[in-house]
Design a protein. Structure first.
Length: 594
């Protein structure tokens, strides 16, 4: 499948025009067929007035006209057939183009990762994927129809010139006025449609946010207030829609005012030429039909409006495509224990510096707990550590190799993630635990489930590991255990647990952290910890404060500082955590470079 950009390349400055050209290339054969059929229909429409005029002259002269009547009937039937084919091809081209655009946008959004939703929002992305992609998919059909609609007036003017140059001269005298009207209409339509689609995206974003928080909304009894918030942009949407139709109506009204004057001018000159015997009655009839075709502004207005809507929608899709995709290198990982290094890492979000020149080294085969107050940047550091996000400055190395230099496959084989609220993708539990693995074995999946202490409750499900994931009843802690099992099944040198133990009961958490502490020379664990007991069981703790690593040491050593203890304020097992697993990890407290 051809794309605007490759998986390992940057999108650069992708524009709506670039995306439109790429979409046209995807359906090149179908688009060419549609253009050919539309052009043939236009040609047949241009031929028909000449045939009718000549047939009328033969009938008035009492000459045999049966053959010409047959030709007229044949052209009418051909027109009907071509119009039917054009309709089918328009629908087919639109469907295929829409499908390609959706595949392209889906692949790009997934390649962008968390940055896509941070930049656009989930609801707005869905609105672009559903509504804008469908609208943009009509562009090839609208373009073919516009070319055919343009061929009609051009062919009409040429036909008038062939009948008599004066007929074409009269029409061309007023043609610049029509051209100016159409140009202004195209410009105003694009602006109105873009405003309308932007407001639609805002409503979709608010709706998606509310759907994600339905339980909170119901618990607060705020259904009416949230409904009003979601629909608050409706008046603005209505105004944008009204402006859109006003622009189209004004253009149609202006065109209707100018077109009859041109038609009357052509007919008046044709009448004079008939009186001077330079035109026959049939040619006057043909001239009247060609004048109508030449002033076919109504069709042009409709096609220009459709093309304007498609262009605006394509522009919204191009905004997503313009976000640069991660660029991957060509190197693989050499043998190593999984040593992770962050050197002078700076990362910004929403204009705020979250990580500020951060330095951190995690020796291979160890478990490091990352602690800090809410908003300190722990989750962002976890994203950067496995290259779910790139830092704005600095670099991250795994066994001495910068993550940017690794191939996509090498990086994803080396790093596994588990999250606080895991999204469990896959049809069955076994599919879910093996999600993303190119080769998996049932034994390996079950071993990972046992390591995450998920095997027992999975076996109690109606069909065990073959149970459909959507039908499997489970608590928040059980979902987290499945997410952990998925990370363990993936393996790799680095396992990042982004608050992935927060919903576990104390006993299960203790068992899993004991598993994490088991000797694994080629596996390094980065664990975001909110509970002091979790931090106490790690080999070492990194204290994140103000976007920098304030200190690194054992939990017991750091616990001596009141500010460190305040990080866990409100946790039920605070003091108890200070002495848990005393001596694990050892070593003197070290100050990390800021």
């Amino acid at each position: 499948m051809e794309s605007v950009n490759s998986r390992d390349g940057s999108a650069g400055s992708v524009t709506g025009r670039d995306l439109s050209r790429a979409a046209l290339r995807q359906g090149g054969v179908r688009c060419a067929a549609l253009c050919a059929v539309s052009t043939a229909a236009t040609a047949a429409g241009l031929l028909l007035p000449a045939l009718l005029g000549h047939t009328l002259d033969l009938l008035l002269a009492h000459a045999p006209a049966g053959l010409w009547i047959g030709w007229c009937a044949g052209v009418v039937l051909l027109l009907a057939l071509l119009d039917g084919c054009a309709g089918v091809l328009t629908g087919t081209v639109g469907a295929y183009t829409t499908a390609w655009l959706r595949r392209h946008v889906t692949g790009h959004v997934l390649a962008l990762g968390p940055r896509a939703t941070a930049r656009f929002g989930a609801g707005d992305l869905v609105a672009r994927w559903v509504g804008n992609a469908a609208q943009a998919g009509t562009a090839p059909g609208a373009l073919a129809a516009l070319l055919a609609a343009l061929a009609g007036p051009v062919g009409g003017v040429v036909a008038l010139g062939l009948l008599d140059p004066w007929l074409a001269a009269v029409f061309l005298a007023g043609a610049p006025v029509l051209a100016l009207l159409l140009r202004a209409f195209t410009r105003d339509t694009s602006a109105c449609v873009a405003d309308y689609q932007r407001v639609q995206g805002r409503i979709a974003a608010a709706l998606a946010e509310a759907i994600g928080g339905t339980r909170t909304i119901r618990a607060a009894g705020a259904e009416d207030r949230e409904t009003a918030r979601i629909l608050a942009p409706l008046p603005e949407l209505a105004r944008a829609g009204l402006r859109m139709w006003q622009v189209q109506g004004r253009a149609a009204a202006q065109a209707v005012t100018v077109a009859p004057l041109l038609n009357l001018g052509v007919l008046a000159v044709a009448g004079l030429l008939l009186a001077r015997h330079r035109l026959s009655v049939g040619e006057v009839l043909a001239a009247s039909r060609y004048a109508v075709l030449a002033t076919g502004v109504g069709a042009l207005v409709g096609q220009l409006a459709a093309l304007g809507r498609a262009r605006a929608a394509t522009g919204r899709l191009a905004e997503v495509s313009a976000e640069p995709r991660p660029v991957y290198g060509t190197r693989g990982l050499p043998p190593g224990p999984g040593r992770l290094e962050l050197r002078a890492v700076t990362a910004r979000r929403g204009g705020r510096t979250v990580l500020d020149g951060l330095d951190l080294t995690i020796p291979g085969g160890t478990t490091l707990a990352l602690v800090g107050r809410s908003g300190a940047g722990k989750s962002l550091l976890a994203e950067v550590a496995g290259r779910l996000a790139d830092p704005d400055a600095g670099e991250v190395l795994l066994d001495g190799v910068p993550l940017r230099d690794l191939t996509h496959d090498a990086l994803r084989r080396a790093v596994a993630y588990a999250f606080e609220r895991p999204v469990l993708l896959g049809s069955t539990i076994e599919d879910t635990l093996g999600f993303g693995l190119t080769a998996r074995s049932p034994a390996g999946v079950r071993s990972a489930a046992r390591r995450a202490h998920a095997d027992d409750f999975v076996r109690r499900l109606p069909a065990g590991y073959a149970t459909r994931t959507a039908d499997a009843p489970r608590s928040g802690g059980e979902s987290q255990r499945l997410g952990l099992a998925r990370a363990f099944a993936r393996g790799g040198r680095l396992v990042v647990l982004d608050d992935a133990l927060s919903s576990l009961d104390t006993v299960t958490e203790h068992r899993i952290t004991q598993t994490l502490l088991a000797p694994a020379p080629a596996e390094t664990r980065l664990l975001i910890a909110h509970r002091p007991a979790t931090a106490a069981r790690a080999h070492r703790v990194a204290w994140l404060d103000g976007g920098r690593i304030r200190a690194v040491g054992t939990h017991r050593e750091l616990w001596r500082e009141a500010e460190y203890r305040a990080v866990f304020a409100g946790e039920g097992d605070g003091a108890a955590g200070a002495g848990a697993e005393d001596g694990v990890g050892g070593g003197a407290r070290t100050q990390a470079r800021g």
